[in-house]
Design a protein around this ligand. Structure first.
Ligand code: 13P
Length: 344
């Protein structure tokens, strides 16, 4: 029914040793927020120039296995006319695509959301495959607060993720299943662990019911971490141990890889946490990254929309990708940051 061998080969290539994913699938609204931080107007052309800068960074294919694109980007071309997905695939980087239509208010459950986008998804996936995509992403968000999340919210999101994943596999695309427990709020690390474990158990229950082929799937979870406003922030070691503990309970070993989101952690923190987990020893799955902000923040700061800064921005991207690649082996050290400080 599903092209199992191809799905598994793609999933494994995305978590190949030393490699991880760049999430560059910001919607038009989100990329505008990112460009606002550098006082750059968001237009189709500035967005195109920025994505081309990322995708043409020399040598980054050593550390980056795949890039998640947005609908606009998968249809854009580099300056020389090459479609952006082909810019990636020619360098051995696998193009992917965000296919959800965003988290909308869950009726009857104030403060909670459910991700939409299942209607017409089969047809959209077929088109994205034609355009070169070999994997996809769907993000569900679970917020922690007073009396939330509810079981209803967790189940609604888990069910949608499972229906999305099955449609992807039918179309020959590896589904990245992303249930993100947000780090906004003042909850402690224990509460994050409890909610993340409950969410992941629900998600894998639904994936099973939907007959999703786990060997051809990747999981993109949050790390287990205290809320941003929690007075007690956990150490790197605590985050690593708590995250691995609940992943071992909830994620079947058939899943080839777990590719974390950065979710608002600083770039260095996201690298350190991934490094600590991989330094703990071998795990049933590859532990890798699918970072958006943690890979891109320093790039945007170096670029600021000025063509004269493209080389410095690419250097910043190369550097963060290299640090996260080292973290895949538990071999990242703070000295790597100094060694490669950008020439001002
Ligand atoms: P962050 O790493 O910035 O959380 O983005 C990853 C992502 O793709 C969220 O859906």
């Amino acid at each position: 029914m599903f092209p199992k061998a191809e799905l598994e080969a793609t999933a494994r290539a995305l978590v190949a040793p030393g490699k991880g994913i760049l999430a560059a699938d910001e919607s038009t609204g989100t990329i505008k927020k990112r460009f606002d931080t550098i006082h750059l107007e968001s237009t189709p052309e500035t967005r195109r120039a920025y994505r081309e800068l990322l995708f043409t960074t020399d040598g980054v294919e050593e550390f980056i296995s795949g890039v998640i694109l947005y609908d606009e980007t998968i249809r854009q071309q580099a300056q020389d006319g090459t479609p952006l997905p082909q810019v990636l695939s020619r360098r051995g980087i696998i193009p992917g695509i965000k296919v959800d239509k965003g988290a909308k208010d869950l009726a009857g459950f104030p403060g909670e959301k459910v991700t939409e986008g299942l209607d017409g998804l089969r047809e959209r996936l077929a088109e994205y495959r034609e355009l070169g995509a070999r994997f996809a992403k769907w993000r569900a968000v679970i917020d922690i607060g007073d009396g939330i999340p509810t079981r209803t919210c967790i189940m609604a999101n888990a069910h949608a993720l499972a229906r999305y994943a099955a449609l992807c596999q039918e179309a020959g695309l590896v589904p990245i299943v992303e249930p993100e427990v947000l780090m906004d709020g003042s909850h402690d690390i224990e509460r994050c662990a409890e909610v993340t474990e409950a969410t992941l158990r629900a998600v894998f229950g639904e994936l099973y019911e939907a007959r999703v082929y786990l060997e051809g799937t990747l999981l993109k979870p949050n790390m287990v971490i205290a809320g941003k406003k929690c007075p007690r922030q956990a150490s790197t070691q605590e985050v690593a141990e708590a995250t691995v503990r609940i992943l071992r309970r909830a994620v079947p070993a058939a899943v080839p890889g777990i590719v974390f989101l950065s979710g608002g952690q600083s770039p260095v923190q996201a690298t350190e946490n991934l490094n600590a987990m991989n330094a703990m020893g071998s795990h049933p799955w590859e532990l890798s990254f699918s970072y958006g902000r943690a890979l891109q923040e320093p790039v945007l700061q170096a670029w600021r929309g000025d063509p004269a800064n493209v080389a410095a921005a690419q250097q910043a991207f190369y550097h963060r990708a290299r640090c996260n690649s080292a973290a895949r082996y538990g071999k990242y050290t703070p000295a790597m940051e100094e060694a490669a400080a950008p020439v001002a």
